[in-house]
Design a protein around this ligand. Structure first.
Ligand code: NAG
Ligand code: NAG
Ligand code: NAG
Ligand code: NAG
Ligand code: NAG
Ligand code: NAG
Length: 760
């Protein structure tokens, strides 16, 4: 999507975007459509949308193939902006008009931070709150009904500028996050609270690497990696969560741009995943269609813009988003020059209209969710949830016992140093809206009665004068340094070339450590290599907070002072800085070779901090309750029978853990279950996340049971052809990172293909 500031967008919007303001629902009681079946809430969604499309003429259909749709005034359909954003809260973006009573909306932590909670019920609750607020905006004419969120691309390379928008590097984790978030956003049905959009389909995870950009990158992806790693979150969205829409991405996959790729959009998405019955729509990323034609800097896949439009629509895209980098698409001239068919035009419009039917657009003022109002925005529950998510997602990377700080002693003073110690806007991250309040760490600490000596610090290069920071440290009992990178360094359209700690910050941390005061580092943003910090003895603790949202400062201070206990786990590997010279950014392969280190915790074993790492203020012991030692593959499949539509969704007996808090502080605990085993195609991954569960508030001495639920999907391996296969063999379940307990069980009999992958 476009990367202009909200100010630039607002200015451009005033000039060129006809669909401003928010939803104006059609008047089904008295308007021109009142006797059209589309207004008949007892008819099926398909019949309703078809009835509407049947009274639209070709000019009207052609005009509405774009994100800023003019509507059809003859039929009482107002202009409609399909482009609305709500990645971690209602955002500043095209279709959303802030102001008046709607000047604020709850801003949760970024996805990378909420993902670190490993708490899927919380993710669903966040999705519910975001969509409730979004729908209230829409009902008041301040937004539309579909939101281009979530971003579920696996975070393949630590340089990616948009990695923080995603739930992290693991395909299974992103799948579970997508399931919870989409469920929350769309609601239980039959009406969607809002329409969610899973993006960016597919294998999109590069903004710019030298002359390679997202507009011209041809991602070379093996069928195995595509099926195993890049696509599972989208399978979840489409096949299992019935998401209302999918966004195709800028990049090409194996030479064919994603937005003109019939293998991805038709063979896999619509046919193999059966994403058809509700005629969900595919939208292009903004200007993606422009860049697959003959535009400078693009794929040059087609000789003209008109041919690009035809190729995209014929391949299955239904709505073309135009940002401002390209030229507006002209679907009518493309159609008139024969670039796409009448059937394709009718189908695209039908899918869009059915999306609106499902969102209750034509249901009248008594329709479901139409009564959501400003009273449902920024509720106390929403604010509490934003704080809970930030606390839950903070990860304790290192602690020699200095944390939690006992700040309640007499005259305890804390030096808070760094570029985001009192810059709350930096806690929000990309695709933000305006929060009802913004609590930075300094403000939060002072409001809790702590004496704070605050000094700003450099973002990247050294500041000349460090005396103020050193003075603050000298008169304090402890130093908390807030640093790392932020969303001026990593952001949409901007990848990093280095994952080293910013040199200026590191130099200041060294000077602060030399004062002899204990130094605690709170790291923001996605990862940099913490190795240099680990060799400074006086850096006594390190926390990672990502982008913790509107109450991130409160969360950090609560954790540092022990009012809350850290229990988050890393959803992405912390790589050493040498990784960027060993793994070319453009190499999409997951598996290592003699000259290539491989990607993610599954294949790469030299992490500074591995996926799943996260310390506590207490200790836990874990034991596994009785679990069967052996299963026959044939029995597993037979007992599943017809209970599920797809064999990978067959249940597998859950594993119960006794989790005992053996320390002295109450704490949550994330039980991670990884599988390893020598079965399936070689090389075998070291281990693979198979199941997880967060357990809450375990008191000192208390034992709680963690039920680890899973399905056969967690046991399969993906072969070279992309098939999901259940192999006989010995499986080892490894609990936690590092392993605290393990069990083995065997699967016997013949291997079984649970999902037979369509070949390209
Ligand atoms: C695929 O979708 C069709 C149409 O809704 C439905 O009838 C069918 O049951 C679905 N197939 C599976 C395996 O879910
Ligand atoms: C809003 O409508 C829902 C049904 O869609 C209903 O359950 C709820 O009570 C209504 N709330 C108010 C405040 O009227
Ligand atoms: C300090 O002590 C007071 C009184 O016991 C308590 O309410 C407060 O939460 C404590 N503050 C911190 C940061 O621990
Ligand atoms: C956890 O246990 C280790 C030794 O087993 C001990 O050194 C450490 O202090 C304990 N940590 C906490 C927070 O209780
Ligand atoms: C788990 O806890 C239960 C109840 O406290 C106990 O009976 C059982 O032996 C424990 N099992 C294991 C494997 O620790
Ligand atoms: C599994 O647990 C056993 C003890 O029950 C231990 O000897 C073994 O080293 C563990 N294996 C792994 C891979 O952790």
């Amino acid at each position: 999507m476009a990367f202009l500031s909200s100010f630039a967008l607002a200015a451009l919007g005033a000039l060129v975007v006809p669909a401003r303001g928010g939803v104006t629902y059609p008047d089904c009681a008295n308007g021109p459509l009142k006797s059209n079946t589309v207004c008949d809430t007892s008819a099926s969604p398909g019949a309703r949308a078809a009835a509407l499309v049947s009274v639209m003429n070709n000019n009207e259909k052609l005009a509405n193939l774009v994100n800023n749709s003019p509507g059809v005034s003859r039929l009482g359909l107002s202009a409609y902006q399909w482009w609305n954003e709500a990645l971690h809260g209602v955002a500043h973006n095209r279709g959303i008009t802030w102001g008046g009573e709607f000047s604020a909306a709850t801003q949760f932590p970024q996805a990378i931070t909420t993902s670190a909670t490993f708490d899927d019920a919380l993710i669903e609750q966040i999705g519910t709150i975001i969509s409730t607020e979004a729908r209230a905006f829409a009902n008041n004419g301040r937004a539309h009904l579909d939101f281009w969120t979530p971003n579920v691309n696996p975070f393949r390379d630590p340089r990616w500028g948009r990695g923080h928008e995603t739930p992290g590097e693991d395909a299974f984790k992103n799948k579970k996050w997508a399931e919870a978030f989409v469920k929350g956003m769309q609601g239980p049905g039959p009406t969607h609270r809002v329409i969610a959009t899973c993006k960016h389909y597919a294998a999109y995870d590069l903004e710019n690497s030298g002359s390679t950009t997202r507009f011209n990158f041809d991602a070379k992806v093996s069928t195995q990696d595509l099926a195993e790693y890049y696509l599972p979150p989208f399978q979840q969205c489409a096949r299992d969560s019935k998401v209302g829409s999918i966004m195709c991405s800028y990049n090409a996959v194996n030479e064919i741009p994603a937005c003109a790729n019939p293998y991805l959009m038709d063979t896999i998405l619509r046919k193999h995943w059966n994403w058809t019955d509700e005629h969900q729509y595919i939208v292009s990323d903004c200007d993606a269609v422009y860049y697959l034609g003959n535009a400078n800097g693009g794929h040059r896949y087609k000789p003209s813009y008109a041919a690009a439009i035809g190729a995209s629509l014929e391949a299955g895209c239904d709505n073309m988003c135009w940002a401002t980098g390209g030229t507006a698409p002209d679907p009518a001239s493309a159609f008139n020059s024969g670039q796409f068919s009448q059937t394709t035009l009718d189908t695209a419009i039908l899918r869009q209209m059915q999306g609106l039917v499902l969102a209750g657009y034509f249901d009248g003022p008594g329709g479901m969710y139409r009564n959501l109002s400003v009273a449902d925005v920024n509720t106390q529950t929403a604010q509490d949830t934003a704080l809970k998510a930030a606390e839950g997602g903070i990860v304790l990377l290192k602690n020699d016992g200095i944390l939690p700080l006992s700040v309640n002693g007499s005259n305890f003073q804390v030096a808070m140093i760094g570029f985001w110690a009192n810059a709350a806007d930096k806690m929000l991250g990309g695709y933000s809206g305006s929060p009802p309040f913004n609590h930075d760490p300094v403000t939060a600490a002072r409001s809790m009665g702590i004496t704070v000596n605050y000094v700003n610090g450099p973002l990247t290069q050294p500041n000349g004068d460090t005396s103020a920071a050193l003075n603050a440290a000298q008169k304090s009992n402890a130093v908390v340094f807030f640093g790392g990178i932020d969303n001026t360094v990593e952001k949409e359209s901007q990848d990093r070339t280095s994952i080293e700690w910013p040199s200026g910050q590191l130099a200041l941390i060294r000077r602060l450590a030399e004062t002899g005061k204990p130094v605690i580092v709170v790291r923001l943003g996605t990862h940099v290599d913490d190795t240099p910090l680990l060799s400074i003895p006086n850096v006594r603790a390190i926390l990672w907070a990502g982008y913790p949202g509107q109450d991130g400062g409160t969360a950090v201070v609560k954790i540092i002072t022990g009012l809350a206990s850290p229990a988050g786990r890393l959803p992405a590997t912390v790589y050493p800085s040498s990784y960027t010279s060993q793994a070319p950014f453009t190499n999409m392969a997951l598996r290592p070779s003699s000259s290539y280190p491989g990607r993610t915790y599954r294949w790469y074993s030299n992490a500074v901090f591995p996926f799943g790492h996260g310390l506590h203020y207490t200790n836990f012991s874990v034991s596994v309750r009785d679990f069967p030692a052996s299963f026959a593959i044939a029995d597993l499949l037979a007992s599943c029978g017809d209970s599920v539509a797809y064999l990978d969704l067959c249940p597998f007996p859950s594993v119960s853990l006794n989790v005992t808090n053996t320390g002295t502080r109450v704490s949550d605990y994330v039980a991670l279950g990884f599988l390893s085993g020598d079965f399936g195609p070689s090389p075998h991954p070291i281990k693979t996340l198979a199941t997880y569960k967060r357990v809450f508030n375990i008191e000192p001495g208390e034992t709680q049971v963690a039920e680890l639920d899973w399905k056969l999907e967690s046991l399969v391996r993906v072969d070279e052809k992309g098939n999901r296969v259940l192999y006989p063999g010995t499986y080892t379940l490894l609990v936690d990172q590092p392993t605290l307990a393990n069990i083995t069980f065997i699967l016997t009999g013949e291997e079984a293909v649970l999902d037979s992958w369509p070949q390209p």
